[in-house]
Design a protein around this ligand. Sequence first.
Ligand code: BJW
Ligand code: ZN
Length: 320
Amino acid sequence: MASTAAKPVVPPKDLETFREHLRKSTRILALLGAGMSASSGLPTFRGAGGLWRTHEAMQLATPEAFDANPGLVWQFYSYRRHMALNAKPNPAHYALAELAKKKDNFLTLSQNVDGLSPRAGHPSGKLKLLHGSLYDVKCSEFFCSYFETDNYTDPIVPALAIPTDESDPTTTTALEARAKARELDISDESVALPELRIRDLPRCPTCKKGILRPGVVWFGEALPTNVMDDIDTWIAADKKIDLIMVIGTSARVFPAAGYIEEARAKGARVAIINMDRNDAGKGKLFKQDWFFEGDAAQIVPELLKGEIGELGEMMDLRDG
Ligand code: BJW
Ligand code: ZN
């Protein structure tokens, strides 16, 4: 008779060797990518889900795209702010946040801009945001230094509100129609984007001239100097690193991906957690490394259980 036992999230032997190494590790890095937030409902950049309307997400994440069409790029980012604000951190975010509290010398390098790690209670000193945040906003004028953090206003300006379907025939008043209205999915190209004039976009309160832009790092732009410096200082603080966990990233974007080899050069064993075996980094997986195939939201808490215990109620108590 076929066994009905659930397939273990990770092979028991690998789980055992990983947990044993983690228990002994003192200097630990984690590198996070979009796959970390996939089970929170946020799309990744490459592969399925990497298309926003007819545009590749990667093509919209450039200064050139913003210069050419700031309205379209704002519609993309306004949509992502809205989605991320309405998403919840998943068990992988909570598990890493707990590990950060337990291990003094653990540093997380996140490429994600969605705010889910901070919302899971990840200590801020142990979380380096390589590509900025959806909730930072800055002036796009070269000579203006206006920069704002923690801007959670959704929509950031009225013109960027997600359009709704107010045509429900069962409603009788405008108020009722608005209450029942469903948001339309503007990532779907068949949904019309609202008309947008340049003057309706968020404007810089300092120089009054520049259009504000998301405070994220686009291709060709330098990563925040203070963030890079903090990471360099952490890496240089000791001649060894024990472990780097590479979670939900295709590891194709630099300098982020370069931290894997930097850690390895200091002796780190590499643990990759990814849905797709092709993203293990061809030819780059060494004998002492681990590849855990599947959803980070399931695998990460399982891997860390020996250090942090069961997540259980801490997830219910946090984030509203
Ligand atoms: C799951 C899952 C589940 C799915 N569970 N897993 C060296 C060599 C070659 C090129 C360069 C180089 N150094 C620099 C460059 C150029 C460039 C670059 O790297 N290009 C590459 C394409 C080759 N880098 C830059 O331009 C960087 N800047 C720079 O180097 O500046 C130098 C400079 C110095 C001084 C002055 C001026 C300049 C900047 C890079 C910025 C990247 N920005 C973006 C957008 C951020 C804002 C936003 O979010 O919109 O960052 S692009 C995009 O890619 C985003 C991501 O953070 C980043 C990485 O993507 P990620 O997270 O890996 O996502 P995916 O979709 O690729 O992968 C998801 C993975 O999850 C997949 O593997 C799935 O299988 C997996 N998965 N579900 C587990 N449930
Ligand atoms: Zn300005």
